[in-house]
Write a protein that binds this ligand. Structure first.
Ligand code: MGP
Length: 513
């Protein structure tokens, strides 16, 4: 890592420290939650029990890894953690009174909480949008659906779990053709009806089928992206401290994902905020994605909180820059003029390490507004304490600590000089070295060389193989590099020779003197 890259250096040091890659094996087996991950880059290095691996990986591969005792690198995957704060503003049409909650037609009534959010789900709700009881808690809010559609503007997108059409409708606004698949014929009919209200029904082909079956038999034009929002098990999913992919209520989420990955090189999963990202990493790794983007989606009201995560599986993730700041986005027909947005204070690192973190997290996760207010209050108090503490300290002490980092940088210094891919590669190389525990700089060289010459996926595979062989990382990666990529080996060899020559020349000169 060159001297001219202090920002990246700080970033990598920071994230390595934060993730504690040398954490105990118990920590690596613990679920990895989005709340714990700061914005930027992280390396997931999950460990899992044999049983979990047999489910997430195919049987043979799991057995081989188990034999080789390579559990600690199963699912090695780079996570690009981005954060998006969404505000949905839909002005109510003038003169329209708020409609009362409808009388229950069956045994169950619509929960008032969901009814109050009806315009968030569909801004044009009053024009006759059709929902069923499940859709009230499953449908993607319009702001989120629009945001995802903005990010997936392609020729042809498949929504593999269409439901009543929240996502498919928004995809039809930004992509040329949408295929909406669902196993429930009534929901598809509702989706078609709702798409009609939004004027996009013509652009959507509605297919009544199981998505995996559909994907296996699909012979049409190229699919640019597949979006999956599988059922999470209703509002009760929040009663558990974390969500496992096994809790997804489809017969086999791995089969569903495999079908999606076969159909398209971009797959997007819509998942609960407390999903175990270690499992996501194993899934990514199994299907050949060396990196994924984990987008944390925040809502601002009643107080800023993480709502859900969207995971983007695609090779393009490697070309993205490392996210550096939260994206604020207001979605709606008109931005509310004078309303100031509450400041998003981000995740709760201090609270997570406090004694009462369990209680607080549960309060936040368990659908309780109270929980959010408690957390919000705690964060504000913390901010207040910080600002009071700062004002009471003398300027002299601040000067002793040195100038703020920004001020020390010369113009142009610290700016992004390399492409996102290079940043990701460098950071991954360093993390790999840390993960393997080697201190010699040649290992870093070696990993960096490798990463600059071969696709990251191949390099990670080699690293995994090296680990499986239980040999010294540097040597075995070199050996694997030589076997797999003659070119890499040559360039590493050249570099080593040049270094050797340089040191010999210096020694010779010294001896002459
Ligand atoms: P949530 O996580 O149940 O939180 O739903 P909710 O109800 O907003 O509770 P609170 O504590 O935040 O007030 C958040 C969003 O996740 C919903 O709007 C849906 O888009 C999505 N969602 C929720 N559930 C239960 C499901 C589900 O079972 N399947 C899918 N695909 N999406 C869901």
């Amino acid at each position: 890592m060159g001297k001219g890259d202090p920002e990246l250096q700080a970033l990598v040091t920071d994230f390595v420290a934060k993730l504690c890659l040398k954490a105990s094996s118990a920590a690596l087996q613990a679920p990895l939650l989005a709340e714990q991950l700061p914005l930027g880059l992280a390396l997931a290095q999950p460990k899992r029990t044999a049983e979990a691996l047999r489910w997430l990986l195919d049987g043979d591969r799991a057995e081989k890894l188990l034999e080789a005792r390579a559990l600690d690198l199963v699912g090695l995957c780079t996570l690009l953690v981005s954060e998006t704060a969404l505000v949905h503003y839909t002005p109510r049409p003038k003169g329209m009174a708020a409609s009362p909650i409808p009388e229950p037609t069956g045994k169950e009534a619509i929960d008032e909480k969901y009814w109050k959010r009806r315009y968030n789900y569909f801004a044009r709700f009053d024009e006759g949008v059709r929902m069923d009881l499940g859709a009230w808690f499953e449908v993607t809010p319009e702001s989120v659906a629009r945001h995802i559609a903005d990010r997936l503007q392609y020729e042809r997108v498949v929504d593999g779990t269409c439901g009543v059409g929240g996502n498919a409708i928004q995809f039809a606004m930004t992509s040329r053709a949408v295929v909406a698949v669902d196993t429930d014929a009534q929901r598809l009919a509702d989706a078609r009806h709702n798409a009609g209200i939004y004027g996009v029904a013509e652009r959507i082909s509605f297919v009544h089928d199981d998505f995996a079956h559909f994907a296996e038999h699909y012979t049409g034009p190229k699919i640019d992206a597949v979006f999956l929002s599988p059922p999470w098990g209703g509002p009760g999913h929040l009663d558990c401290p974390h969500f496992s992919l096994r809790d997804v209520e489809v017969p086999d989420i791995v089969r569903l994902f495999a079908a999606a990955a076969k159909l398209s090189k971009r797959v997007v999963l819509y998942l609960p905020r407390h999903t175990d990202l270690h499992e996501v990493a194993i899934l990514a790794s199994r299907f050949g994605f060396p990196a994924v983007e984990v987008e944390k989606v925040f809502f601002q009201h009643p107080t800023p909180h993480l709502k859900l995560v969207v995971v983007y599986f695609s090779m393009e993730v490697l070309d993205q820059g490392i996210p550096k700041s939260i994206t604020q986005k207001t979605v709606g027909s008109k931005v509310r003029p004078k309303q100031s947005q509450p400041q998003l204070l981000g995740p709760l690192p201090d609270l997570l390490s406090s004694n009462i973190s369990g209680v607080l997290l549960r309060a936040v996760y368990c659908r309780s507004y109270l929980g959010r207010f408690v957390v919000s209050l705690a964060m504000r108090m913390e901010e207040l304490e910080k600002s009071q503490g700062q004002s009471s300290k003398s300027r002299g002490r601040a000067a002793q600590r040195g100038q703020p980092r920004q001020a020390r940088l010369k113009p142009g210094e610290g700016q992004k000089t390399s492409s996102g891919r290079v940043e990701v590669q460098k950071a991954t190389a360093r993390t790999l070295r840390q993960a393997f525990g080697g201190a010699a700089s040649s290992e870093l060289d070696c990993a960096q060389q490798l990463l600059s010459k071969v696709p990251l996926m191949d390099a990670l595979k080699m690293a995994k193989d090296a680990q499986a062989l239980g040999e010294d990382f540097g040597t075995s990666v070199l050996r694997l590099g030589r076997e797999n990529h003659a070119e890499v080996y040559q360039s590493v060899l050249q570099k080593r020779k040049a270094e050797l020559m340089a040191s010999t020349v210096t020694t010779d000169r010294k001896s002459v003197v």
